[in-house]
Design a protein around this ligand. Structure first.
Ligand code: MF3
Ligand code: CO
Length: 253
């Protein structure tokens, strides 16, 4: 089927994706600085909405399958797709994943970070560090000639070696003129398998890592994914282009 074909991007198109992702990165940078005890996830949503509009971009998640917000804000045991709420007030010791997508000039940007609220437990700190490092390791495998599962395996091998677990139900994705394009980018897999990476592929790589077991369930709101065991989860995401010069992290400032 046509929707399974991986759309290769020209240099011009990659530069357009870069613009969209710079907007995402700038807004995430602002939001990271606002994270502190006492702020609600809805406060972050309102700041994001304003900063996106200021940059003449369109929030990508709002309206996507009827999702109502610009941001996904996933706190502690929430894995992904947590919904901003006035009642969800951050407290010292929490961790929060902020995930943002925008559309600008026909192309999407998508990135996520997990940040601590003040002082957090040693486990929380290590979970954040391991998840970010897993993403960096995955990015380093995002090269011409490698296979897709080399990326996936890089995350799994490192994370499991650190005693944490990889979420299976949600995956990364291709990105371009659509928020989600082929291929799916799992955070687990057998090295040497999957499609061969080619110049012009652009992937949103997004490890979702649990401190305890990998099982997740979705709450009755239809969106919020949480760990079944109630332990912490972290999430980082970058949009990355495969170029002849190696990985180009479009969502890094
Ligand atoms: N970064 C996530 C993704 O690319 C966020 C999607 S949230 C949704 O799948 F609301 F748009 F679904
Ligand atoms: Co994504």
């Amino acid at each position: 089927m046509d929707r399974e074909v991986i759309i290769l991007k020209s240099r011009d198109e990659i530069e357009k994706l870069r613009r969209s992702n710079i907007i995402v990165a700038e807004v995430l940078e602002i939001l990271k600085e606002k994270v502190e005890s006492g702020i609600s996830t809805m406060d972050l949503e309102l700041i994001a909405d304003e900063e996106i509009r200021k940059r003449k971009a369109i929030p990508a998640f709002k309206g996507y399958r009827n999702y109502p917000f610009c941001l996904c804000t996933s706190v502690n045991e929430e894995v992904v797709h947590g919904m901003p709420s006035k009642r969800k007030v951050l407290r010292e010791g929490d961790i929060i994943s902020i995930d943002l997508g925008v559309l600008y000039d026909g192309f999407y940007g998508d990135s996520a970070v997990t940040v601590p609220v003040g002082e957090v437990s040693e486990e929380a700190e290590r979970l954040i560090r391991v998840t970010e490092t897993a993403l960096e390791r995955a990015i380093s495998r995002t090269r011409e000639g490698n296979r897709l599962m080399d990326i996936s395996h890089a995350v799994q091998e490192y994370v499991e070696g650190e005693g944490f677990s990889v979420v299976r139900e949600f995956v990364g994705h291709g990105i371009g003129r659509r928020l989600h394009e082929p291929p799916q980018v799992p955070n687990f897999g057998v090295p040497g398998r999957g499609v061969r990476l080619k110049e012009g592929m652009v992937l949103a790589i997004e490890p979702m890592i649990n401190a305890g077991k990998s099982d997740v369930r979705v709450l009755d709101d239809g969106w919020t994914a949480v760990t079944v065991d109630g332990r912490l989860s972290a999430h980082f995401e970058h949009s990355v282009a495969v170029t002849s010069k190696g990985p180009y992290v479009l969502s890094r400032l």
